[in-house]
Design a binder for this molecule. Structure first.
Ligand code: GLU
Length: 292
């Protein structure tokens, strides 16, 4: 980290649903940590998935965060407006020979995995990509590419990890940056991840490291569900020559059944809490836990 750079934090939600208490926890922690060390707080809209992201959800993010009493720098970076930045990073990885076209459909991948009982899964629980780069000859790939067949781009993880060598990151806990633990990154646990989707020249992983670097983010504070992904982020940072931020992955808020809050299970949104008459102060307390 550049010692002269002002500490910079970001909250980076995807506008594919309404924010819930888990988002509030991340946003409030970023704000509190930024305030404690006179840092900057940025908001970034992670909207590369045009099919799932909606302008009304984006407007709700601004409204809910302001209601919680947060403030952030303008302009707000919206990922869908910066595809050329991700394309440039992708081109670097391509030039390094670390990326290949993957024409397999989801159904083909699912069938292949079904035929391999016990096939390993990534840290999020999804099966690793079951085909290797070598499964398809370069000539077949070239002819399918020339025919304009849709495809994703995948990172050749074994080659990428070998090129990078051993990797780790600095994880900051309650005792502050001077007491950061160094954690070992394990990008191989993710297999050949999609680095650019069929429809856009990026993926969550690529866009996040490019943006953190372009925005001068020095400190990433987010939920522990993204901790394992940090292995991929460190790998991409090293390969692309990007600076290494500090990381804090905070514990997730769980619902009464012990499940992590999420849009997909219909967790109560900040908007619904507000409409039910819950005050912003009470939401802040619930988001940060009893000690807050
Ligand atoms: N956009 C991601 C999400 O909403 C968070 C990305 C990050 O903090 O790195 O889960």
């Amino acid at each position: 980290m550049n010692a002269l750079a002002r500490p910079t934090f970001r909250f980076a939600p995807s506008p594919n649903g309404l924010l819930h208490l888990g988002h509030a926890r991340s946003a409030l922690m970023n704000a509190a940590m930024a305030k404690a060390i006179d840092g900057r707080l940025l908001l970034r809209i992670e909207d590369i998935d045009a099919a799932r992201c909606r302008p009304d959800y984006e407007a709700a993010i601004h409204e809910d965060l302001a209601w919680l009493g947060l403030d952030w720098e303008r302009p707000v970076r919206r990922q869908s407006e910066h595809f050329p930045d991700y394309r440039a990073a992708l081109d670097k990885l391509l030039a390094m020979g670390l990326v290949y076209e993957s024409f397999e459909s989801r159904a083909e991948i699912r069938r292949e995995v079904e035929e391999r009982p016990g096939w390993p899964r990534d840290p999020d629980g999804a099966p690793l990509f079951p085909f290797a780069r070598e499964t398809m000859s370069e000539s077949e790939r070239a002819s399918r590419r020339a025919a304009g067949e849709p495809h994703a781009l995948r990172l050749d993880m074994r080659r990428a990890a070998a090129m990078a060598g051993p990797l780790g990151w600095r994880e900051v806990g309650g005792a502050g940056p001077d007491a950061a633990d160094t954690l070992v990154a394990d990008p191989l646990a993710w297999g050949d991840i999609v680095i650019a989707r069929k429809d856009v020249p990026t993926s969550y992983h690529l866009a996040v490291v490019v943006d953190d670097a372009l925005q001068g983010v020095t400190y990433v504070v987010r939920g522990s569900d993204l901790k394992a992904a940090t292995s991929v982020h460190r790998l991409l940072q090293l390969l692309l020559g990007l600076p290494e931020p500090l990381y804090t992955h905070h514990p997730l808020l769980l619902d009464a059944e012990g499940r992590k809050l999420s849009k997909s299970i219909g967790s109560e949104s900040l908007r619904a809490l507000r409409q039910a008459g819950v005050s912003a102060g009470e939401v802040r307390r619930r988001a940060l836990g009893p000690s807050a």
